[in-house]
Design a protein around this ligand. Structure first.
Ligand code: NAP
Length: 266
């Protein structure tokens, strides 16, 4: 039986990159998305193909759910239960940038509330639901151990500690999200559930398409020690290392996938 992962926001960008890498190592997938059904279908097709090219057979099922909504989060978990009956990995990837990059002296409360709901409340309470089910699954397997070691990964951002004054709401939401991992890592370690944060830098997706020229220039000027854009697959490979239990004695860790952006240099 294949292990099972839920990836939120897997229709495009980093979520798709994570789904593809997990498919290659034989994970069955729940491809969650907010509204872009055709893109989610494309992710699922690409995952089945990528798996088969790696000699694996995987299932990739779609589940539309807005993670900021309580009823949708329950539906996402219920759908996974009904479809696969198990959960080995939750990847909290879905997140949004403000619709308008506005100076913090002007930016609206509506934008702030939207980002907190999607980027913080959604993953926080989805993690709560997934963790309860994982703990249940561990208890149910106690008499028949089969190597079940579920994990939780949350995709935050370098914006958790980098001030961008034209998207303060995004920075605040990612800084708040960064507390999710220490909390759940501390709570779940005794159950054998490891919890990680992945902190991407500048990654080529729809989210950064509008600022491509600016970032091209900054990267050209040496912003990142590794002088290139990150790709969704770079994040996907870090998730695979976690999924394959290559960090068994580490929990609550931050894995920077940022080309060295976080290094202080002189
Ligand atoms: P993206 O290309 O804009 O894709 C966003 C994904 O999230 C889509 O699949 C979208 O679904 C989904 N989504 C949006 N709102 C949702 C909601 N309420 N419920 C469920 N799914 C929702 O973004 P990305 O660049 O891949 O970013 C993915 C994550 O990485 C985000 O958390 C982002 O903050 C973080 N990140 C990105 C970068 C970067 O440089 N790109 C850097 C650091 C961190 P639909 O397709 O249905 O709209």
């Amino acid at each position: 039986m294949n292990p099972v992962a839920i990836i939120t926001g897997a229709s495009r960008g980093i979520g798709r990159g994570i789904a593809l890498e997990l498919a290659r190592v034989g994970y069955d997938l729940i491809i969650n998305y907010a509204g872009n059904h055709p893109a989610a279908e494309q992710t699922a097709d690409q995952c089945r193909r990528a798996a088969s090219e790696s000699g694996k057979a995987v299932r990739a099922e779609l589940c539309q759910a807005d993670i900021s909504r309580q009823a949708d989060r329950h539906r996402l978990i219920d759908f996974t239960r009904q479809t696969f009956g198990r959960l080995d990995l939750l990847v909290n990837n879905a997140g949004v940038a403000p619709n308008i990059r506005a100076d913090i002296l002007e930016a609206s409360e509506e934008s702030f509330d939207r980002l907190i709901a999607i980027n913080v409340k959604g993953p926080y309470f989805l993690t709560q639901l997934a963790a309860r089910w994982m703990v249940e699954q561990i208890a149910a397997r106690e008499n028949a151990p089969d190597g079940y070691r579920p994990k939780i990964v949350t995709v935050s951002s370098i914006s958790a500690y980098t001030a961008s004054i034209n998207r303060g709401d995004y920075c605040v939401s990612k800084a708040a999200l960064a507390m999710l991992t220490p909390l759940f890592a501390a709570r779940l370690a005794a159950h054998g559930i490891n919890v990680y944060e992945i902190r991407p830098g500048i990654i080529a997706t729809d989210m950064t398409a509008g600022v491509k020229e600016k970032y091209d220039r900054l990267i050209g000027e040496g912003l990142t020690p590794i002088p290139r854009w990150g790709q969704p697959g770079d994040v996907g490979k870090a998730v695979v290392a976690i999924a394959q239990d290559l960090l068994p004695f580490s929990t609550g860790e931050i894995i920077n996938v940022d080309g060295g952006f976080h290094l202080k240099r002189l």
